[in-house]
Ligand binder design. Structure first.
Ligand code: PSU
Ligand code: MN
Length: 288
């Protein structure tokens, strides 16, 4: 019997998180990575006002080059149809769409969280994780964030954090932080069993599987913190805020590290895509 193992992929990372032309190359490589893990990639985006679940290579290419394109969070979703806009869906919007489409696992790079400069700037990713019972594979919250506050918030919101072969909570480019995960997991099967139990208990929050950036590409914490401090100061001075802040900071870091943060971002995205595929397969098998 053939197993279906769909994996949702978000598209804001393509439209706003990565520079061109690397964005297209990485988007295609993520699809390949899902397939290598035995999964079926379903990139979610808004094309011409229509929500799409699964894009062809040609559609990915069109999205990667598209201008203008809206960074489409939950609050933007109901606006797209009438305007006919194109949109890259964030973690919150993608999680919502994937859940309704019955796709149990979703891979991204780093989730949004509480910002460093302004603790009132909280990503819509966090309430979405709190209220939508999916399984999200990421490398932790993005390094540009306030990791302490973000970890605390996940705890408050009842999001179970599973460390993929790790006891420590990673943060995107950096493999470590001062925080712990709720449980270390060593296999996709283990995650799938926890997913089933979550379903059984009727819990409403997502499971967050955090996989550290591969060692070959991770960046040292001190270096990242220094760069983020500078980037955040610059953003404050220029008045960059709202949905523009995260793309601004990521781009600043890529320049400051001479592309090393971009290489780390690529490595962790591919890693997460593959892990998500393995988890989706295991979950399908368990349900047979
Ligand atoms: N992962 C990446 N790069 C990104 C993102 C995730 O490696 O750019 C995107 C996700 O779509 C996430 C968004 O939902 O950044 C968070 O944006 P904000 O902080 O404005 O909520
Ligand atoms: Mn924000």
């Amino acid at each position: 019997m053939s197993i279906t193992a769909p994996v949702a992929l978000e598209s804001t990372v393509i439209t706003h998180g990565l520079p061109r032309p690397e964005n297209l190359e990485i988007a295609l490589a993520m699809q390949a990575s899902v397939r290598a893990g035995g999964g079926d990639p379903r990139c979610i985006a808004v094309l011409n006002g229509h929500i799409r679940i699964g894009l062809s290579d040609e559609e990915l290419e069109a999205l990667a080059h598209r201008e203008p394109v809206r960074k489409c969070s939950l609050r933007d979703l109901p606006l797209m149809k009438h305007s006919g806009e194109w949109g890259g869906t964030t973690v919150s919007a993608t999680l919502h769409i994937a859940q309704r489409a019955g796709i149990p696992v979703f891979a991204t790079g780093g989730i949004g969280g509480v910002h460093r400069g302004d603790a009132d700037d909280v990503s819509a990713d966090l309430p979405a994780l709190a209220g939508i019972p999916g399984t999200v594979v990421c490398a932790g919250p993005k390094s540009i964030l306030d990791i302490d506050r973000t970890r605390e918030r996940l705890e408050t919101d009842g999001v179970t954090v599973l460390g993929w072969n790790t006891d420590t909570f990673p943060c995107f480019y950096c493999r470590e932080s001062n925080h712990a995960v709720d449980k270390r997991v060593e296999s996709a099967h283990e995650v799938a069993e926890i997913m089933l139990e979550r379903d059984h208990l009727g819990l409403q929050a997502s499971l967050l599987v955090v996989a550290p950036c591969p060692e070959t590409h991770a960046l040292p914490t001190e270096e990242v913190n220094q760069c983020v401090m500078e980037a955040q100061m610059e953003a404050d001075e220029l008045g960059v805020s709202g949905k523009d802040l995260t793309p601004y900071l990521l781009n600043h870091l890529a320049q400051r590290t001479h592309g090393r943060s971009l290489a780390a971002n690529r490595a962790l995205l591919l890693n997460n895509a593959r892990i998500a595929a393995e988890i989706s397969r295991s979950y399908s098998i368990l349900q047979m």
